[in-house]
Design a protein. Structure first.
Length: 287
């Protein structure tokens, strides 16, 4: 590896870490040339294991020795020209004013996202994130999806990016394990109408996770999944749709979905946070 001692955070070579916003890194106009920041050695390793190419590293000096295997892996797969910028902890602390980077960051190349049809070709249980904007919740849902064998995750146009630094870190790098892509384009009017139509065309029963007068219970949904294929209400392929924090799913999404499903609550609590409710739903509906 090319180890380069960093003395000044204004060095243009580390602008991706210090001067570019998440949106600028994403590079919406040319996503194939976009970048994202992987934070912490664990997230970096999972990204590398998934075949994602690093552009560079920014590492605290004390972490160099502990990342020797990671650097050897990069040498073997992408050559020894990937730079590792090394700085003292006191210098890196000035990026945010407090220690957030967990010792190591890597600027990595984004990949071209697959189509919805490609990602759902062999899927029987998928999740859809509608306009979830809290990156912690995005990352938590991705982690639950990986842990509980969800086949794929679809992200609506206004949803937070699973590759944003905090989302990827909260997911513990599982964002690189679960197949995911965006459904519809950047024109919001295409979701939910066109998106749900596409899911129906691909054979999925769509289930909005929401509180409404005609909601069925999660237990009833599980019973339909486990019923015989010749029963009228049998569900073979399921798409679970989760809504944004606070407002939940849009009225249009609920109206267009085949089912509305709720998790029965007690103790005067009306609902769970989307990160918690998705984990419960994934556990209950796993094959």
């Amino acid at each position: 590896m090319k180890f380069i001692a960093l003395e000044d955070l204004n060095d243009e070579r580390v602008a991706a870490y210090t001067h570019l916003t998440e949106l600028q890194l994403r590079n919406r106009l040319e996503p194939a040339k976009g970048l994202f920041i992987a934070e912490s050695p664990k997230v970096i390793v999972r990204a590398l294991d998934a075949g994602i190419k690093p552009m560079s590293f920014l590492v605290e000096e004390p972490w160099i020795e502990g990342m020797a295997d990671t650097f050897a892996y990069v040498d073997a797969h992408w050559g020894n020209e990937v730079p590792v910028f090394v700085a003292k902890p006191e210098l890196l602390k000035t990026i945010t004013g407090y220690r957030l980077h967990r010792g190591a960051l890597s600027a990595m190349h984004r990949w071209a996202l697959p189509s919805v049809e490609e990602i759902c070709a062999s899927a029987t249980r998928i999740a859809v994130m509608e306009n979830i904007v809290d990156h912690t919740n995005v990352g938590a849902l991705m982690r639950s999806a990986a842990a509980l064998n969800v086949d794929a995750v679809l992200v609506t146009p206004s949803c937070g990016d699973p590759l944003y630094r905090r989302a990827a870190r909260v997911s513990m790098g599982t964002v690189f394990q679960v197949p995911w892509t965006r459904i519809c384009d950047d024109e919001n009017e295409h979701w939910p109408t066109d998106g749900i139509k596409e899911l129906h065309r691909l054979g999925f029963i769509t289930a909005s996770m929401a509180l409404s007068d005609d909601s069925i219970s999660l237990d009833e949904l599980v019973a339909r999944l486990g019923s015989s294929a010749d029963e009228a209400d049998h569900i073979g392929k399921l798409a679970l749709i989760f809504g944004t924090e606070g407002d939940g799913l849009s009225h249009k999404t609920i109206a267009d979905s085949d089912l509305t499903v709720k998790i029965p609550m007690s103790g005067g609590v009306d609902s769970l946070n989307v990160a918690a409710s998705s984990a419960v739903a994934f556990w209950a509906t796993k094959r």
